[in-house]
Structure formats: C-alpha cells, structure tokens
Design a protein around this ligand. Structure first.
Ligand code: SF4
Length: 378
C-alpha cells in the first residue's frame, strides 16, 4: 500500500531532517536523571542501537546543562532538550543540542513580568543563535492556564494554544519549528492533529499519545492514533511514550518503527470509531524529572491491582512528577502523582491526601472500591 504523505516544509535537527519527503523520524526521551551521566549514556546507546533518530533530554538546572555538555562530548546523537518551566536555560544549553522543545503551558512560571511574546522571541532568537530548531509542545496535562476556561474542552484549548504559538513564531519570521499536540486519549490526538494539519499544512507534526502507559495498552493507544494519522499522510516524526524500566526503554523505538512499517505496508489493526468503555490506566513514560525512581514500580503495582476492575468504567492516572501530574490527574477518576517522599492521591481535581509510597496503593484501592459501585459495564 502506498501512503500519500503530505509534504511539509523541512526542519533540520542535527543530521536528520523532519518533513519534506524524508522518512518519519523516530524519537524517544531519556528517563534517567540527566546528571547521572553514566546511566544517561547507557540509555542513549540503548536508544541509538534500536534506531532512534533524535534523543530528548530534560534540562531543568545548570547541573543538567553541565551534564549534557559532557554527554555531548562523549557520544554523538541528535540531542533535543526539553525545557518545560526553565526556558531561560536555552542559551546555555544551545551549543550542545539541535532543538529546543518548549511547552506553552509552562512559560508563565518564571519572569512573570515578561510578556509571553517576549519569552517566545527569546526562544526564537536563541534557537537562531545556536542553529537549533524549535518544537511547540502542547500537552493536555499542562495546558496554558491563561487559556483554560469552563466553556471550552481541552481539545479546543490545546488547538487554540498551538495556533497562537504558531502564528507568533511565524510573525517573528522563524520557520524552523515543529508542533506537537499530545493527549493521553488517542481519539483526541487524532482529532486535534487533523485540525492542526488542515490549518497549517506546511508545519511538520511530531505525533505522540502522552502518558500512554504500560504494555500492551500503551502500544495499542499509540497504534490507534498513529495508524489513523500516518495513513492520512500526517506526522513527520513520532514518539511512542511507554512506562518502562530504564533497561527496556528501547521498546519505544522498536514499537514506533514497527507501527510505521505496518502502516506503510497496509497492516492495520482495526480501529473502532469510538473506543470501548472499561478500565483505563494512564501513566507517564517517566523522565529525568521523575521525583522518585519508585514511580515505575508503583505504576506496575497499580496496573496489577486494578486487573479485577477490567469490566468497570474507571480511569486511573499514575504520574511521575508535578510537570504533567496535577493536570493529567484532574481529568482522571482517581490519580496519583509522585513527590520525592510521598504520593498525592486525587479524586478528579480534589486532593484526597498525601501518602507514603508504601501505603498509597492500599488507599487508592479503597477509593476504587467506592467509585466502582455504579461503574460496572452492563
Ligand atoms: S509527568 Fe514528569 S516524570 Fe512523567 S514524563 Fe512528564 S515530566 Fe517526566
């Protein structure tokens, strides 16, 4: 089967070019602490040997910058930095990376007196200065609080945010950028990326189902979104986000590669128009920002404990830190998000309490028991 790819502008990231007629670029993100140089190098090698084209690293501090500097001297890769709240580190990290990802939902944290427009201009100028590309990375778990309101859905706010930043960057005369619109719901990913592609057909899209969770569900959710979008020719680079132990992180690349090959060969799994109801466990893939390494083990324990609730319409989110933790758990029936020594347990947007890593599973299951009373699928 021949997939008719749309042809976007080309965006160069190190020695890889995203968009145009180039193959869909595969990327992943290190889940190790960035300052743990040996562990991060081991993970980069693992991802490279699986075929990663681009590798993202989180940078939140000057120590992270120093670590990336040393890493970039010891191994060659197309490094992308995830700036999240600390966008001001762009100038320091610029010499060692090929692309900055900024999250429009996190620009408000620092320098409150500086306008959003000036912050984006700083990022554009800094990217130009260091020969870097940019990614506008919109995520449902951390939408711009200035755009959120009661009347609009997360889909509408995400689209509004992506449109606004695209127009802002283009007004500044900068073209070397890609956009991502990620949700943990694959159907939302399909809808918002289609909408964006229709309005900005020239801008390359980075596809991802964020917090897709553990295997096999994480792969299934990613497939649902990617099959529909890639077969429409939409998506110039992809990342499969999975909650995995560090030594299995290469599965993100291997599974991504398989999905692309399957779509291009016409091998589709059936994708229903609406997803069946039932238990939905959302978990982030973890990264350098994870507050406690016990997160991955906790996520697996939650998944195991919930198996007896497969026939109940319940969504539980397990998140590694405060970056997307508070937002993503707001949307779930029950949510856990990790702090260094305790875990926040929430019911929708309401905080139930803060519990130790040992006791939180028991507390969660008591809440599941209560809400499951009227959630059985008939
Ligand atoms: S929620 Fe935090 S730990 Fe998890 S992937 Fe996002 S930034 Fe990393």
């Amino acid at each position: 089967m021949k997939v008719n790819r749309r042809v976007t502008r080309e965006v160069k990231v190190g020695n890889v070019t995203i968009g145009g007629l180039n193959p869909v670029a595969l990327q992943s993100m290190c889940a190790t602490k960035t300052t743990d140089i040996e562990a991060t190098l081991t993970q980069i090698q693992l991802l490279q040997s699986a075929g990663a084209d681009i590798i993202r690293i989180a940078v939140d501090s000057k120590n992270d910058v120093l670590a990336v500097k040393e890493i970039s001297q010891r191994i060659e890769a197309n490094f992308v930095v995830d700036l999240q709240e600390n966008y001001r580190l762009a100038d320091e990290i610029g010499p060692y990376v090929s692309k900055f990802r900024y999250n429009p939902g996190h620009l408000f944290h620092h320098q409150k007196e500086t306008s959003l427009e000036d912050k984006v201009k700083f990022l554009v100028d800094t990217a130009g200065k260091h020969d870097c590309a940019l990614r506008i990375g919109v995520n449902f778990g951390s939408l711009d609080p200035n755009l959120k309101n009661e009347e609009e859905s997360s889909e509408d706010v995400a689209i509004k945010s992506a449109f606004f930043h695209t127009e802002l960057i283009e007004k500044l005369g900068f073209k070397r950028f890609v956009v991502s619109l990620k949700s943990s719901n694959p159907m939302s990913v399909v809808e918002i990326n289609r909408k964006y592609a229709k309005n900005f057909p020239d801008v390359p899209l980075h596809l991802g189902v964020t917090e897709a969770g553990m295997l096999p569900d994480g792969e299934i959710k990613s497939r649902i979104a990617f099959e529909q979008l890639l077969s429409d020719g939409i998506g110039e680079t992809i990342r499969v986000s999975l909650t995995l132990p560090d030594n299995e992180k290469d599965k993100e690349i291997l599974i991504g590669k398989q999905i692309i090959e399957d779509v291009h060969s016409g091998r589709f799994r059936s994708v229903p128009k609406s997803l069946p109801a039932g238990l939905n466990v959302i978990s982030c893939p973890s990264c350098s920002r994870v507050e406690n390494k016990a997160f991955v083990e906790l996520a697996y324990k939650v998944k195991d404990a919930l198996q007896e609730y497969k026939k109940y319409n319940i969504t539980v989110a397990v998140m590694g830190c405060r970056v997307n933790g508070p937002g993503e758990t707001d949307e779930a029936d029950l949510g856990l998000w990790c702090a260094p020594t305790f875990v926040n347990l929430k019911k929708g947007p309401e905080l139930i309490g803060k519990f130790s890593y040992e006791e939180v599973l028991g507390k969660l299951m008591s809440e599941v028991k209560i809400i499951s009373k009227d959630r059985m699928i008939v």
